[in-house]
Design a protein around this ligand. Structure first.
Ligand SMILES: Nc1ncnc2c1ncn2[C@@H]1O[C@H](COP(=O)(O)OP(=O)(O)OP(=O)(O)O)[C@@H](O)[C@H]1O
Length: 136
């Protein structure tokens, strides 16, 4: 009697997995682009981000300072994008006035404010002494 056939190796699924990851990445980029087209706050952040990166290059930030600045910039971008998503969902499910809809938007806006205050503090700590020395 013939022995059991050797088990076939499962088909390699990496290409499909990678394709799905690439598609998700594309959807995410599409979301950022859509938010940038419609949200004035994000357009302001884009300009501010470029200004901060140029300023950091001009003053010659140390590696650890770049790490803080990049984290602060990323935090604000992330919170702004989540806030935009919350606004879209609230507008979808509650186009009419509802106290909970208002609270959701207010809390999401509060998250952006908290991140922006933290980013401003990082900016003041990293750039403040240099600008002060340059002015005096
Ligand atoms: N459906 C709603 N029900 C109750 N209050 C709402 C509703 N929509 C908005 N609000 C209130 O109005 C405020 C402003 O809402 P709005 O949708 O204009 O957001 P925003 O912060 O001005 O965002 P953006 O200017 O980026 O669109 C909210 O923070 C909330 O307090």
């Amino acid at each position: 009697m013939a022995g059991a056939e050797p088990e076939k190796a499962p088909p390699r699924r990496f290409p499909a997995v990678l394709r799905r990851r690439a598609a998700s990445f594309g959807y995410a980029l599409r979301g950022v682009a859509a938010a940038l087209r419609t949200e004035v706050h994000l357009q302001f952040h884009a300009v501010a981000t470029v200004a901060v990166l140029v300023l950091g290059w001009v003053v010659g930030l140390a590696r650890w300072e770049w790490a803080l600045v990049v984290l602060a910039v990323g935090l604000v971008w992330s919170l702004e994008l989540v806030n935009t998503a919350v606004e879209a969902v609230v507008n979808l499910v509650s186009p009419e006035y509802h106290p909970l809809a208002g609270r959701a938007k207010d809390v999401a806006a509060g998250a952006v404010l908290a991140g922006a205050v933290a980013a401003a503090a990082v900016g003041a700590l990293v750039f403040g002494p240099r600008l002060w020395a340059w002015l005096s």
